[in-house]
Design a protein around this ligand. Structure first.
Ligand SMILES: [Fe+2]
Ligand SMILES: [Fe+2]
Length: 307
């Protein structure tokens, strides 16, 4: 029987109306001005509302949210995003990794990420005092969801991300253990892990070692956001090819150089010596104000099942 999950990314759902620019730090001020000029017109609440209605037609068993819920990481934005997460679903069914906008500047944990903790938590781990809790593992049936945090404060003008040595060191045995249990491993993070794909100022600084680690230890699927467009790479692991899929922003109205909002639905079925993976993109239409069927593909991942 197929197991279903979905991914959305980069909702940038908060409003900065009423924010006093003088109270902001330089990096936040840049983000505020970008919101004032462009982003508030591009990222629309009515699009997110339509996405939520579309999700409710056929609720996935797990929904992955890959970061950038806010614009400049203010405590009031974390509170607004926490309310949105509660409307989206129960923390057991919604798993979150943060994005670079959420970690715009260093801020007290209790005023910011602590408000999202139930959605960031691994199975059986409700606590978390900082982002060093990543990588996180949630197992649902035969699916292992492995969350990574690439969200770190960066200087003005940068949107890069970093996993860091400790997180990468913990990832390898986690991938091996999930493989030994015969699970379908879904790795999800905010930044694109393909080395050299993003310009340096937007890139994951340790994409190369992460890519090498995934080549060696394997995965069945890698998901990301950040670029605000639909994109696919292939990683050639020792166990076989791994699709690496990025999705557009969940709230984008589209137009000009911007892709309209999209999210991806996945169905996984275990076969004799492979996994059957179906990918279905749902795309927002500004004309109808609803999400409709976009690209569809079926991928067979040859794997020697161990259990
Ligand atoms: Fe974003
Ligand atoms: Fe981002």
């Amino acid at each position: 029987m197929a197991q279903h999950f979905a991914q959305l990314s980069d909702p940038h759902l908060t409003s900065l109306a009423g924010v006093r620019p003088r109270a902001l730090r330089l990096k936040q001020l840049g983000g505020y001005l970008s919101w004032l000029r462009r982003r508030r017109h591009q990222h629309r609440p009515e699009v997110l509302q339509a996405l939520q209605l579309d999700l409710q037609q056929s609720p996935p068993q797990q929904l992955l949210v890959t970061g950038d819920l806010t614009h400049i990481g203010l405590p009031q934005e974390f509170a607004e995003a926490a309310a949105w997460l509660r409307r989206l679903g129960d923390p057991a069914r919604v798993a979150l990794v943060p994005g670079n906008h959420d970690a715009c500047v260093a801020a007290p944990w209790g005023d910011t990420f602590a408000l999202w903790q139930p959605y960031m938590a691994a199975d059986g781990d409700a606590a978390g005092a900082d982002l060093s809790q990543y990588p996180t593992l949630r197992v649902r049936g035969e699916l292992a969801f492995i969350g990574l945090s690439s969200a770190v404060p960066t200087p003005y003008g940068r949107a890069s991300g970093t996993l860091g040595e400790e997180q990468r060191r913990k990832l390898a045995p986690l991938l091996d253990a999930c493989r030994a249990r015969g699970l379908f491993r879904v790795v999800y993070l905010h930044h694109c892990p393909a080395p050299g794909y993003e310009r340096k100022r937007k890139a994951l600084t340790d994409a190369a070692p992460l890519w090498a680690l995934l080549e060696k230890h394997g995965a069945e699927l890698v998901l990301h956001g950040h670029g605000h467009h639909n994109v696919e790479h292939t990683l050639h692991s020792a166990e076989g090819p791994v699709p690496v899929i990025g999705v557009a922003s969940a709230s984008a109205i589209g137009g000009g150089r911007h892709e309209p909002a999209a999210y991806n639905r996945y169905a996984v079925t275990r076969q004799d010596s492979s996994w059957a993976l179906q990918v279905c993109t749902r795309v927002y239409s500004p004309h109808s104000g609803t999400f409709a069927q976009g690209d569809r593909s079926s991928i067979e991942l040859q794997r020697e099942h161990r259990t």
